[in-house]
Design a protein around this ligand. Sequence first.
Ligand code: FE2
Length: 307
Amino acid sequence: MNSIEPETCKQPSPFHPDNESAYQQWRDRKLENYPEDLGGLVVEIDDPRNLTQAEFDALLQRARKTNMAIYAGKTGSDPDPQIPLAMAQQFGLQALNKNWLADDSGLTSLTVRDEGVRKHYIPYTNRAINWHTDGYYNIASQQIQALNLHVVQRAASGGENALLDHEIAYILLREKNPDYIRALMAADALTIPARIEDGKVARQEEPGPVFSITANGSLHMRYTIRVNNVIWADDPLTTDALACLKDILEGDSNYIYRGLLQPGMGLISNNVLHDRAAFSDDAQHKRHYYRARYFERLAGTDLFADD
Ligand SMILES: [Fe+2]
């Protein structure tokens, strides 16, 4: 259980902190020609429901490099749920994580809600959401591997997203101190406390690593920068590693992409680190993002996928 090297992985994973030469080779290749800004991720497409081979290849190439890609389609503010669903299917994503606030389609509509239960949750307000990966509070067997967003409408002002490839966060930390990686791979690095309702445990506490290696040898990250309602391992290395990561996320690294997505645009990603700026709606611009979370990674983006 505590092994960080999956037995099914055929090749030595560069993400294992002891595999220095595999890591260095992977890192050098990863950073070569790495996109310098958000524009490097964007692919203009026609119909997101039916990509041409060239459009698909361009998106896949970016996703393989950075774990994410942005499509700019021509559907504008068309709210058809098939747009993000069909996009995801073309990248092999089937196992949608339907949370209890999801739409009937299984997508989640992120909009400002003034009534009902949703208004109590930050995603359904116009407030900023700080750095995280999605589903960090999920149990170990239900970690989110892919996160997609599709923009139906943007806000009148604000609502920009920042994005950081979690493999880049890994590299920046490992370059600083490989022991940071060991600390963040510990099985109890980040614990979600038990939820108590009416004096009973409604959900067990959920310990887990920040960085882990999937059965296919890819890197997964489970993280939130928030400090409330999470329990971090209380040791000096973990504390230093978290401070280093926070400095990276709150600094001006060229690897952090920032931008405002327009209606008809969307993100496909292997659940990269992201945040959201606060925003203001008006009558014509009520921000509406579809969010889809999947238990699989984007097909063809695994570390050892054929070149
Ligand atoms: Fe998120």
